[in-house]
Write a protein that binds this ligand. Sequence first.
Ligand code: SAH
Length: 255
Amino acid sequence: MGKKLGQHFLRNKEILQRIVNSAEIGPQDKVVEIGAGMGDLTELLIKTTKEVIAIELDPFLFKILEERFVQRENLKLVNQDALKFPFEEIGTFKVVANIPYYITKPIIFRLIEARNLISMTLTIQKEVAQRLVAKPGSKAYSTLSIIAQYYTIPEIKFYIPPKFFSPPPKVESAVIKMDRRNAPLVELEDERLFFKIVKASFGQRRKMISNSLKSIINQPKEFLLKIGIDPMKRAEEFKIEDFAYITNELCKFCK
Ligand code: SAH
């Protein structure tokens, strides 16, 4: 078994049940599990929901799963890289998974992209979870916080210490639930420009915003003053609504 596949198994029944409870899933739901491992969480999911699709990349583990779950009608096992799975083709779904940590961000981005996702309940690194829920003024507040909170409502449910995994990972873990928003948090004239502004701002998070935005805006200081934004503030002091306001004001000139 390759260490590189992020294999840390969670076999404690109480914790697995807490994850399932946090996910708020029931008999009407279709659930996708990413990185099913040996199938302990899978077992609980098929008891709780209508249909489970369990994705596992490792052929050795996939064989274990096939043997463990013969004749389970509401389970589909898929031996594939989860990043290549066609999520758009399965109708509305929820994700519940103890995912491989080396692809935490790509998986979250991939799932956000799938408009038919209802919610994801993921076991991930505590540090990443804290960035996903971070609010202005905190060190953890970053581009990742803004992407997550623009598309979803993220909430940390509980933490899991390394000792509950085998083998234990080097980092603390957290269970986070992210509900897709029906409508994005803020209205944007130009989503791409918004994320460009956010990235440039946090790319130099210790600098004044007027400096960070030099690559995007002509005379940023004058522009920000004109629209009533303090050009001396730094990225981490701005709410998502503030970045949206800057974007939309700038759009008035780019059309
Ligand atoms: N859910 C299980 C296993 C978690 S460990 C449990 O809680 O015990 C993460 C699992 O993801 C491993 O089984 C690993 O083989 C699998 N995995 C790693 N990379 C993957 C990928 N790209 N796509 C799907 N599964 C992957």
